[in-house]
Unconditional design. Sequence first.
Length: 309
Amino acid sequence: MSNYLPTLKQMQYLVALKEQGHFGKAADSCYVTQSTLSAGIRELESLIGVTLVERTRRVVRFTALGDRIVEKAHRVLREAEELAAIAQASGKPLTGELRMGVIPTIAPFLLPRLLPRLRADRPELKLYLREETTQASIDSLRHGNVDCVLLALPFATGELDSEILFRDRLFVAFPRDDPRDPPEWIGPDMIDESKLLLLEDGHCLKDHALAACNRPELRASTTMMGTSLHTLVQMVDNGLGLTMLPEMAIAGGILDNTHIAARPLRSDRAFREIALVWRKNSPREKEFHLLAGILRDAADGSGPKADAA
């Protein structure tokens, strides 16, 4: 066997550069200096005798061969990580490092209840969190950047395993005095499409909310979008319209100190399913099921503080 094989570190640098498209950002993601990362990639190119990356002042462009090697490097890195995971899984579950992706419409509301419990029950677990939109999280999972992802279904996850944790109901949030006497439930037909505020594209909650309403004209009519649920709440609180919020956000106090009321949406699909997702045949599958149980318990008993009227 050749003594001049690429190292895992070199492959990590190459994959990071492909994902980030920038040497500085790639170095930050690998926790090394830019010069270290650049030198590592040059050593890899010298080792295999080909150019993988075309460098200019403004653009980082991968060659066709570079793209093929990045694809292979993803697989090698994932296999290497699973080798370590096999050994870890044979010992005490939920110990050592675990990298979990979380989408932005879940992270600030569920994690404050989850993390203290994990610290108390699993002190040997080192949980590293990565907050990304759903598609970005799925890509990170497939590329081996995270071990599992906490997200909301339905979403096309492809060939991945998952466990449903609980249903998260959808609520309609509106200024407290508009209307003055809101009904106990809000039907989709009551939503004024000219006032509906939604998250920008890339957030699956937007699609869940529109699907629950089953009114195609809402998607075409929505002109105002927010980058986060907190931004949407501020817009509603300033009388710019109404929006839809998940139950966990309301239970997490997102409407505290606002003049906003919220009522559940009346629809057969007025909910999203919170799930933990991981790669098929992962050696840590039993750990993920155990983690799913802890997540489910952490979410129990936190009813929504929806009525701010």
